[in-house]
Design a protein around this ligand. Structure first.
Ligand code: FE2
Length: 379
């Protein structure tokens, strides 16, 4: 597949703010009501956001907090309830992946018949949102460097009751603009910085070998991996160094662009039950199987030597060593046992690890017994 599509206008760094505000002013002058979705904690008061927010000063605005991680059906229902009487025409999402995914969910679910959280499940599972004639536009300002949600067209919504996760996916969910201001990531705690960096690393690596991989996504992926591999370990010494944050933000957006056209594969699919059942941070959970899946996929990877070179490695063992160095450096356990996984619980994980659109996007199928062995080797 040699097609690449991504309609998001990307503005990177404070230097882009002049052009960005001029563009947005022109594009959104007709908008009357703006919903500003944040994680809370006063991020909207950050100085560099002032030029963006001032664009909407004369409009009717509403601030809404999405103060949760991994949005689930009830979280989204609560948000919808809070803005029920406010017919927003644009969402400005300032936050990490959870905030941006919530913005996408609000975009997709606005004006749908939803009276209970169960209705959300039905609308998402039946993809009824796709029948809408138009989607509310949204703009993303990431405060983390990993999710890539600002340049992808889907959102993850979790269903704790049924123990699974859904993807709300539609081309109209692409943001109208992604404004990446790396200084917004300066206050991100180190553990979250590393977890989101590892997430981006997996997005890029999985995009590289995905069934839907193409020359464009592979080019973005290699650039992303090189940057994250070089700068993630260097963050530790000076987490408040803007230059380091810029490199990781850039790595994250490049990874986002890479997987915006390919989606993720086995590592992400396996990570969902690890997060749902054991609370392992998303990016860490995805990274735990990265080198094992690399070995499994190797024969079907296009130009695998380029992938290894981006990691500064000669083989899958080298990629594994890199990941273990990062885990050790940031005091993160690199084995499943430390997170509470036992040999007895592996069949349960395996039974929840086959997410449609992710596991079947892996270039070499992984049989349940193979996954069982893979997870056992990581205990
Ligand atoms: Fe991810």
């Amino acid at each position: 597949m040699n097609r690449f599509y991504n309609p998001v206008s990307i503005y990177f760094g404070n230097d882009s703010l002049g052009e960005c505000t001029a563009d947005l002013k022109e594009r959104f002058s007709h908008i009357r009501r703006v919903l500003i979705l944040t994680r809370g904690g006063g991020v909207e008061a950050t100085e560099s956001l002032a030029p963006i927010l001032s664009l909407f000063a004369g409009k009717e605005g509403r601030f809404l907090e999405a103060a949760f991680y991994n949005p689930n059906i009830k979280d989204i229902y609560n948000l919808l309830q809070q803005v029920d009487s406010f017919p927003y025409e644009l969402i400005v999402a300032i936050g990490g992946g959870s905030v941006m995914d919530s913005a996408k969910a609000l975009t997709a679910l606005q004006h749908m018949e939803i009276s209970t959280p169960a209705d959300i499940r039905e609308v998402i599972m039946g993809e009824k949102y796709a029948e809408k004639s138009s989607f509310t536009p949204w703009i993303g300002l990431p405060t983390t460097s990993g999710t890539g949600s600002e340049v992808t067209s889907w959102a993850t919504v979790w269903d704790e009751e049924l123990g699974c996760k859904y993807s709300v996916a539609d081309r109209r969910l692409f943001a109208k603009a992604a404004i990446i201001l790396p200084e917004l990531t300066l206050t991100m705690p180190l553990r979250l910085s590393v977890a989101t960096g590892l997430d981006a690393l997996c997005h890029a690596t999985e995009a590289y070998w995905s069934v839907q991989s193409n020359p464009f996504s592979r080019a973005f992926a290699l650039q992303a991996i090189e940057r994250i591999r070089a700068w993630l370990p260097r963050l530790k010494r000076e987490p408040s160094d803007l230059a380091r944050r810029e490199q990781l933000s850039l790595g994250s957006v490049l990874a986002g662009l890479a997987f915006s056209n390919t989606k993720t594969t086995a590592c992400h699919s396996i990570s969902y039950p690890l997060t749902l059942l054991y609370g392992i941070d998303h990016g860490i959970a995805a990274s735990l199987t990265l080198s094992s899946v690399l070995r499994h996929n190797y024969s079907k990877i296009v130009e695998p030597e380029k992938l290894l070179r981006a990691f500064g490695a000669e083989d899958a063992d080298g990629v594994d060593r890199f990941l273990r160095t990062v885990y050790e450096m940031y005091d993160l356990p690199g084995n499943l046992g430390a997170y509470g996984v036992t040999k007895e619980s592996i069949p349960m994980i395996v039974s929840h690890a086959y997410t449609k659109g992710r596991m079947d996007n892996n270039p070499v199928p992984i049989k349940a017994e193979e996954l069982d062995l893979m997870l056992a080797s990581l205990l």
